[in-house]
Design a binder for this molecule. Structure first.
Ligand SMILES: *[C@@H]1O[C@H](CO)[C@@H](O)[C@H](O)[C@H]1NC(C)=O
Length: 315
């Protein structure tokens, strides 16, 4: 569920383009005016606005935004503008090239649905002229690499159906491959986690707990490590409750000294139009504070206003 506050009768893309252009002109940019337009336009309105701007002013809106804005606000707004698959492609490519960030890669690839991943792969190739799989091969290694490649290539159902007996067999296979033995059989984890649907994995998680007392997540933590473990954890958490997973990622980005703004921006921007309403609920339940309050205390200025606008009002 989206938290975006779109006006019921939004201005036309043409008026928006005009107002943006006006905000850019003159001495300094009227940043507040820019935010007050862009943060209130949804995924179907933003492309129209970009198109209109280009027609009218013969310039890419993103290029103009890039030269008018700065710092974290600029990063957030530029990530906000593209449609979701393009945005994911940009995030992953950047995490593979300029600032290597395999955590971000793992988060994006292991939290998206099969159809989102399919779209991402197409856009990635179109944008960068290289297959996503090629970048994975050159930038990751071992079980992490094998899991990501399998996860991207194997079709999985997106429906709610699952087979109880098969879930029990998988739970047992994972137990045997992990907690029951000395050492871990990573191949079994890889196979099951890349082949099974979310509904099925959620069932495996609950069967596992029922049969062995321990949670599958605890087993993953004790049996695997590094980015491979991180990928498995992301897959199981997103199978069980994606909003809870993202609430945790956000909390980690803000906890302690300093703020991981890159993660904060990525998660808020990419989830605002998907499940932010639920993430906010999970955040409050788990941490006893509102996500809005934490974002408010970790950020400042126009950057803060922009993120808080995407989060929508505190319930
Ligand atoms: C965006 O908002 C408009 C008008 O408020 C609405 O008609 C449209 O369905 C929305 N698009 C998305 C992707 O939410």
């Amino acid at each position: 569920m989206s938290t975006l506050m779109v006006p019921s009768v939004p201005p036309t893309p043409r008026d928006d383009a005009k107002h943006l252009h006006k905000a850019f002109k003159g001495f300094g940019c009227d940043t507040l005016a820019v935010i007050n337009i862009l943060a209130y336009r949804n995924a179907s309105q933003r492309p129209l606005l970009e198109h209109e701007y280009k027609l009218k002013y013969s310039q890419d809106l993103s290029k103009r935004l890039s030269s008018e804005l700065s710092g974290n606000l600029k990063k957030a707004v530029l990530l906000w503008m593209p449609e979701p698959a393009r945005r994911d492609a940009i995030v992953v490519r950047e995490a593979f090239s300029t600032n290597i960030d395999l955590k971000a890669v793992t988060e994006v690839l292991c939290s998206r649905t099969p159809s989102q991943l399919l779209h991402l792969k197409q856009v990635y190739l179109a944008l960068f002229g290289v297959y996503l799989e090629q970048d994975i091969q050159s930038q990751t290694s071992g079980d992490h690499e094998k899991l990501l490649l399998a996860y991207l290539s194997i079709p999985r159902s997106e429906g709610p159906e699952f087979d109880r007996t098969m879930a029990e067999n998988d739970a047992q296979a994972l137990y045997k491959a992990g907690e029951k033995r000395w050492g871990t059989d990573e191949g079994t984890f890889r196979r099951i986690f890349s082949e099974r649907s979310r509904a099925h994995m959620a069932a495996v998680g609950s069967v596992y707990k029922h049969m062995y007392g321990n949670t599958l997540k605890k087993a993953i933590k004790s049996e695997t490590s590094g980015y491979f473990g991180e990928a498995l954890m992301t897959i199981i958490q997103c199978a069980e409750n994606p909003a809870k997973y993202f609430a945790k990622v956000l909390r980690k980005a803000m906890k302690g000294l300093g703020t991981d703004d890159k993660t904060l921006i990525r998660v808020i921007v990419t989830r605002a139009e998907i499940d932010m309403q639920y993430i906010k609920v999970e955040y409050r339940n788990k941490y006893g504070k509102s996500l809005n309050d934490d974002v408010h205390s970790e950020t400042s200025g126009h950057y803060r206003s922009f993120l808080l606008t995407l989060l929508g009002p505190d319930q």
